[in-house]
Design a protein around this ligand. Structure first.
Ligand code: 4AD
Ligand code: MG
Length: 462
């Protein structure tokens, strides 16, 4: 007989039948003549309650020694449970211990541990209720991302992880090299990358967008979903050095349509999480963020608010609130500005459009005012920016002068310019930070809690 997962057991409720489960002990309580074992197998939030009577073989030697973290196989008969808050329980017929977990040293105990403490035991933290729930939410939403795009005939493109261009132009790239770091060959006072593995300097990608544009201008609607890397020295609760990004790119599409897709996408993912991970959301709403449910339902209930960057600057200047960072047209919005607008003024997701071209990358389409670009950021309450996107500059001459204006070498972007030389078309896209999304939907305060193995400045365990 093969074992059944607890999630399946709770759905099918085969009362009266003999079943076998395998999982880890959460707690053991002893009563007169029997013990209660709470078993979790990672398939869902719920534990299964097991009744182990003292007449079972090895009751004294083994069952009474079971502690948090031991792994077990238990077969028995499923019964409707008289206990409150629980629908079924398993009356054990056989208990086999696969692995003991010495209670003197096992780091996870029944009490709640701080997330900071759990980060120090990356190899055990998914065994906790909250981190296990995050892992299942991530998995469900990864599937939902693909479903959303596949249902609308977008093609999934695998863009490279090792690249030789800097999409965002921020110079925040990790170099990939096999040069001998103790004896780096040099030329003109620089490392001589012509002797490196690829014959040129290569890096980990900061975004798959530019490569996605190539496929967009051949297949129409495409998306990427993969890891991206940023060597920015940001010690915040919203930045990782390695994160996952979803980047759709759509041909024959302008900024207005881009925004429509982005808003529909976020709503779809929130709805998907509510529909498919109700127990996980319940756990987050009870133990992580009391305001979670209200925030999520507000996302679904109304249209996102809209404001242009210039309007936002005016609002911030005249609102009478003191900010740490000065507000001036031409400077980027800081997190405190974004959160004020989103949380205090609009109290729902906010789309900011038409940023000054000076603070945005070269690929964004210049507006007729020649001062702003067709860009959009989506900000959400509690977090700030979750999506960044734009219509792309599809006009060859404009793109060329933008590259020159920004001090970039057009010869480095020849292939990108070619896309504008041959059959160019209006197109647009955006990037959704997957961890920011999971943070938003789980209410986790720190982004380090929503990725299995966080990489941040000074920290990369495993
Ligand atoms: O705004 P960004 O830098 O935009 C791009 O990379 C574009 N190429 C996207 C596109 O148009 N195809 O990043 C997009 C999103 C941000 O809104 C944020 O959610 C997330 O990626 N992000 C990060 N998430 C975690 N840690 C970091 N260091 C992040 N940097 C960006
Ligand atoms: Mg951005």
């Amino acid at each position: 007989m093969s074992h059944i997962r607890i999630t399946q057991l709770l759905k099918t409720r085969p009362i009266g039948q003999t079943v076998e489960i395998k999982g880890w002990i959460r707690t053991r309580r002893d009563s007169k003549g029997f013990s209660f074992l709470e078993v979790n197998d990672g398939s869902c939030v719920a534990n299964l309650q097991v009744i182990a009577e003292d007449s079972l073989p090895r009751y004294q030697e083994e069952i009474l020694r079971l502690t948090t973290g031991c792994s077990v196989r238990i077969s028995g008969q499923l019964a409707a449970s008289p206990a409150k808050g629980q629908t079924v329980e398993l009356k054990a017929v056989e208990v086999e211990v696969y692995g003991w977990a010495d209670p003197e040293i096992y780091p996870l105990q029944k009490k709640r541990h701080s997330f900071e403490f759990l980060r120090e035991i990356a190899h055990l933290r998914p065994r906790t209720n909250s981190l296990g729930a995050v892992a299942r939410l991530r998995s469900a939403l990864s599937f939902a991302v693909h479903r959303f795009f596949q249902e609308q005939d977008f093609q999934y493109i695998h863009t490279p992880i090792i690249t030789t261009g800097d999409c965002e132009g921020a110079g925040e790239m990790f170099t990939v090299t096999t040069l001998d770091l103790n004896n780096v060959p040099r030329k003109d006072d620089r490392p001589d990358f012509s002797q490196d593995f690829f014959g040129r300097q290569a890096s980990l990608t900061v975004s798959g967008q530019l490569e996605a544009e190539i496929y967009c201008l051949a297949l129409g609607n495409v998306y990427t979903f993969g890891p991206t890397f940023r060597a920015e020295n940001s010690h915040t609760s919203r930045h990782l050095a390695e994160f996952w990004m979803i980047e759709p790119e759509m041909a024959f599409c302008d900024l207005a349509q881009d925004i429509q897709v982005a808003e529909a996408f976020i709503k779809y993912l929130v709805q998907y999480a509510l529909d498919h991970c109700p127990d996980e959301i319940e756990l987050f709403a009870n133990f992580v963020d009391k305001g979670l449910r209200a925030r999520l339902t507000a996302v679904l209930a109304q249209d996102f608010a809209r404001i242009t960057y210039s309007e936002a600057i005016d609002r911030l200047k005249t609102c009478g609130k003191k900010f740490d960072f000065p507000v001036a047209w031409g400077t980027d919005l800081q997190s405190e500005h974004e959160r004020y607008l989103c949380e205090e003024v609009f109290k729902r997701p906010l789309i900011v459009t038409d940023y000054p071209k000076k603070i945005k990358p070269f690929y964004m389409r210049v507006n007729d005012d020649n001062a702003t670009v067709a860009a959009m950021d989506i900000l959400v309450p509690g977090l700030g920016e979750i999506i960044g996107g734009s219509q792309r500059e599809e006009r060859y001459d404009r793109l060329l002068s933008r590259l020159e204006e920004m001090g970039l070498k057009p010869e480095d972007y020849n292939w990108y310019l070619d896309l504008r030389r041959y059959g160019t078309a209006p197109h647009a896209g955006f990037g959704l930070g997957f961890e920011r999304l999971i943070q938003f939907i789980s209410g986790m305060a720190n982004i380090r809690e929503v990725i299995p193995f966080p990489r941040t400045p000074g920290s990369a365990t495993l």
